[in-house]
Write a protein that binds this ligand. Structure first.
Ligand code: GLU
Length: 292
């Protein structure tokens, strides 16, 4: 499938080196069976896909009340890295956990004092959900983001000013950069998505990873906010809760049916994988996955 017109993320220098023509897709069924095509086992940094995973981790670990005391559940309609509403909104907290401001709050809530400890916990959680123990961290991408993160750093310090973040700001940012730099593949994303699709049960083993309610919370935020300011359009086309990342990944959870992971680093102007959106919308039409 062509990914014409887009380009790889440029604002994190190391991401611009990805092959813009790479394309892969993977589907995990409830019983754990995997179907895959193209570059489905090519590792890439999951970037903002990690925001949905980290949200699942903290709501399950800390409970929804403590999480949503500090971050909202509403779409913002703004670009992923926008800072403007932090000062102007009445709520005095980020709109949702899937924009950068909300995700940095979630990273700060992950158990552990250092960024490294926090992400080790997240990594163990993802391993339990997917059966995959092999998640690495792309040190070049992590360092590249850290070196250029003036906007995320500004957001984090402003969150500290709003008393929405405990602990050391730089350690919380380190956690955020590390989780974004986690290396996974489309097959791995499809396994996590399948766990969400099965209302919190791991594909294959059927072991409970998160509660059914928490799975609904995460999927509710994915369908309304998962593709940033492109969420409404994607929802109309594909009708599946999904989360994208500027590394080119998308994970999508079709309730009771299957989990999808896709890879295609060529992005549209909103930062969403062009090929991934097309492939998931096509699968949704062909398999009747549209939830609406
Ligand atoms: N690490 C990226 C950032 O905060 C994630 C953005 C994304 O994937 O949308 O800028």
């Amino acid at each position: 499938m062509a990914a014409a017109g887009g380009r790889c993320a440029q604002y994190i220098p190391a991401l611009s080196k990805a092959d813009p023509r790479a394309v892969g897709i993977a589907v995990t069924m409830a019983d754990g069976t995997l179907e895959e095509a193209g570059d489905s086992s090519l590792p890439f940094t999951i970037q903002s896909v990690s925001k949905a995973m980290a949200l699942a981790y903290v709501v399950e670990t800390l409970g929804e009340e403590s999480v949503f005391a500090r971050v909202g559940k509403e779409p913002s309609g703004d670009p992923f890295n926008s800072i403007i509403r932090l000062e102007t909104s009445q709520a005095g907290k980020p709109f949702n956990p899937l924009i950068n401001a909300g995700a940095i709050v979630v990273s700060s809530l992950m158990p552990g004092r250092t960024g490294r400890d926090k992400v080790e916990g997240l990594r163990a959680f993802i391993a339990a959900a997917t059966g995959r123990e092999d998640l690495g961290i792309d040190e070049e991408v992590r360092a590249s983001e850290n070196a250029t993160a003036n906007r995320n750093r500004s957001i984090a310090w402003f969150l500290k000013e709003l008393a929405l973040m405990d602990g050391d700001v730089e350690e919380c940012l380190e956690a955020y950069f590390r989780q974004c730099a986690l290396l996974f593949d489309a097959a791995g994303l499809s396994r996590f998505a399948a766990m969400l699709a099965m209302d919190g049960l791991a594909p294959g083993s059927g072991r409970r990873v998160i509660s059914g309610r928490n799975a609904r919370i995460v999927k509710g935020l994915m369908i309304t906010c998962g593709l940033y300011d492109g969420s409404g359009e994607f929802c109309a086309e594909a009708g599946i809760p999904a989360k994208s990342g500027v590394g080119g990944g998308i994970m999508a959870a079709a309730r009771g049916r299957l989990g999808i992971g896709s890879y295609g680093p060529s992005l549209d102007e909103r930062g969403n994988s062009i090929a991934g959106q097309l492939m998931i919308a096509r699968l949704s039409q062909e398999l009747g996955l549209h939830a609406l």
